[in-house]
Design a protein around this ligand. Structure first.
Ligand code: FAD
Ligand code: SIN
Length: 524
């Protein structure tokens, strides 16, 4: 089946929905989700969204905190854009109906997180993302110009390649004409032609064994964009959140927000000793790369699977007012946080790299934009500052909306795009080939491309990934579309890109720590 729309938006998290709402005033929109609209990383966000609200905080402090966390690789111009535009964009979220907690004096209640020199995190209890999703979903569902397609899996971006013309990375004329999508319920591949396409597919945490991300996070957007010959950047920087609840077997891992440490939670080893001051003067509130590496070092040195997060000294009422869900969750598995420290361990959390964009969210492919976790705008550099990602999605979706709506009247639908061709293929009948390769990939990435890396581990990872790549490409070329197979194929592509970029970086910086090059190079 063929559809036509002015704007195709792939992804229903904050990046996709906020973009859709803004461009829907200028044309027709199709909004895709590969599962249901509400299954997103956005929905799980806890701590909140960073923005300067009251003195003594100011924009320069937020800029400097972001630059310090990014360890020399942030694009300062982009950092200043995001920080300056944050207050106005938060206001648009509030106008869409999202609620943020207020103190009894009517002012916003601001949380603090690692790497922030001031309290500046707007939040709704410990379920900020769910609150944002609630507000945006209501708007999106009632907008007459937005057609929602759930269980619709984007397979590949359509470019000149699908007109039979050769396309090379670096070619400045590549154009995006829409996407091939798999309608899961009708078991059919559709062609969606669009004038503008927004990639808002989120992260890739599921390429690792232990992650805070939901199962949708398989890196589809990055893989699709790379196959279409877009540039990707900074993909060696995968952020581990220092504190996921240690609860073996639970997937995704339940996050213990960094704001818990902002309220006074202290990290300790299992014998009750504090350790973070050995690693950074900011202690438990150092930036994430430092805290996650410190925990990893302590666990490895002591041969233990977790460290403790002690909140027993925090006023119980205040704690539960801020973190009702975290408190309930821990209680449900036997930990009363008022009485006992809880076990925590780092987990894969956020992809700092992604599809390269300019300051308007435009990728290196014409009429293809990217926003949110799939994008690399230059904001995060080598390590994202906590609660800057919801903000980045909001600011860049707005910028992309302004840029793309300016162009839309001059754009036309591309003619001559052929329907998806799967002649000679058959349904994959041995699912074990796919599930086993997925597990192998997750093991490889976890064991060899984790918080601490070495040249030998990464070489081994690359060799193993190459075997999985060959096997999976063979299977893919013989098979009809299957979501699990496509996700595996995408995850392999992203894993390959991470290892390739990590091997090229002959230094340790931010989230990339290589024992063979433990020092930083000078940034030129
Ligand atoms: P997502 O919200 O993940 O949405 C991705 C969308 O893309 C989904 O709708 C999915 O169905 C769709 N999609 C993916 N692939 C395809 C495909 N092939 N076809 C069709 N659709 C597809 N950040 C903060 O700033 N503050 C926080 O407090 C915070 N807390 C977090 C807590 C947790 C547990 C996690 C996991 C993340 C947290 N983050 C936080 C990070 C932040 O939530 C994410 O980076 C951000 O929400 C990403 O938004 P997004 O719109 O880019 O992607
Ligand atoms: C958290 O609440 O700790 C997550 C915040 C983030 O990922 O930015």
């Amino acid at each position: 089946m063929e559809h036509k729309t002015d704007f195709l938006v792939v992804g229903s998290g904050l990046a996709g929905m906020s973009y859709a709402l803004k461009v829907a005033e200028f044309g027709s929109v199709i909004l895709l989700s590969k599962t249901t609209l509400d299954e997103t990383n956005t929905a799980l966000a806890q701590g909140g969204i960073a923005s300067v609200t009251y003195a003594p905080d100011n924009l320069e402090k937020h800029v400097q905190d972001t630059l310090i966390a990014g360890d020399g690789l942030c694009n300062e111009k982009i950092v200043r854009i995001v920080v300056n535009e944050a207050p106005e964009q938060i206001q648009s979220l509030i106008e869409w109906g999202a609620l943020f907690d207020k103190a009894p004096d009517g002012k916003f209640d601001l949380n603090r997180e690692g790497g922030h020199s001031e309290r500046r995190i707007l939040h709704y209890k410990d379920s900020t993302g769910a609150e944002i999703m609630r507000a945006l979903l209501a708007r999106v569902k009632s907008h007459p110009n937005i057609t929602i397609m759930e269980k619709s899996f984007a397979l590949d971006l359509i470019t000149q390649h699908h007109l039979g013309r050769p396309v090379f990375r670096g070619n400045p004329d590549i154009e995006c004409y829409g996407a091939y999508t798999y309608d899961i319920e009708h078991n059919r591949v559709d062609t969606i032609l669009s004038k503008v396409t927004m990639l808002a597919t989120g992260g890739s945490g599921y390429i690792y064994q232990t992650t805070t991300n939901p199962p949708i996070a398989t890196g589809d957007g990055i893989a699709m964009a790379y196959r279409a010959k877009a540039y990707v950047e900074n993909v060696e920087f995968y952020q581990f959140h220092p504190t996921s609840l240690y609860n073996p077997g639970e997937r995704p891992s339940f996050l213990i927000s960094e704001a818990v440490r902002g309220l006074g939670g202290i990290l300790k080893t299992q014998d009750g000793a504090e350790f973070m001051n050995k690693y950074d003067p900011r202690g438990s509130l150092a930036s994430r790369d430092i805290v996650a590496r410190a925990i990893d070092t302590e666990m490895k040195n002591r041969g233990e699977d977790f460290v403790l997060l002690d909140c027993t000294h925090i006023d119980p009422e205040n704690f539960e007012a801020h973190f009702p869900n975290i408190y309930k969750k821990c209680l449900s598995i036997g930990y009363d946080m008022h009485k006992v420290p809880i076990p925590v361990t780092p987990a894969v959390h956020y992809f700092c790299g992604g599809v390269r964009t300019d300051e308007n969210g435009q990728t290196t492919i014409r009429n293809l934009y990217a926003s949110g976790e799939v994008a690399c705008t230059g904001l995060h550099g080598a390590n994202r500052l906590a609660s800057n990602s919801l903000l980045e999605a909001l600011v860049f979706s707005n910028r992309a909306a302004i840029d793309s709506t300016r162009k839309i009247s001059a754009l036309k639908f591309q003619e001559g795009i052929l329907p998806w061709n799967d002649e000679g293929t058959r349904n994959p009948d041995e699912m074990v080939l796919i599930t086993q390769s997925t597990k192998e990939l997750q093991e490889i990435m976890t064991n060899y491309v984790g918080i601490v890396r070495t040249n030998a581990r990464m070489k081994r990872a690359l060799d193993r990934i190459y075997i999985l790549y060959r096997e999976t490409e063979d299977l893919y070329s013989q098979s009809k579309v299957s979501v699990k197979l496509c996700e595996l194929r995408n995850a392999i592509k992203v894993a390959y890109l991470i290892v390739k970029h990590a091997r090229q970086r002959k230094e340790s910086r931010g989230l990339h720590y290589n024992l063979d090059y433990p020092k930083k190079n000078r940034v030129v």
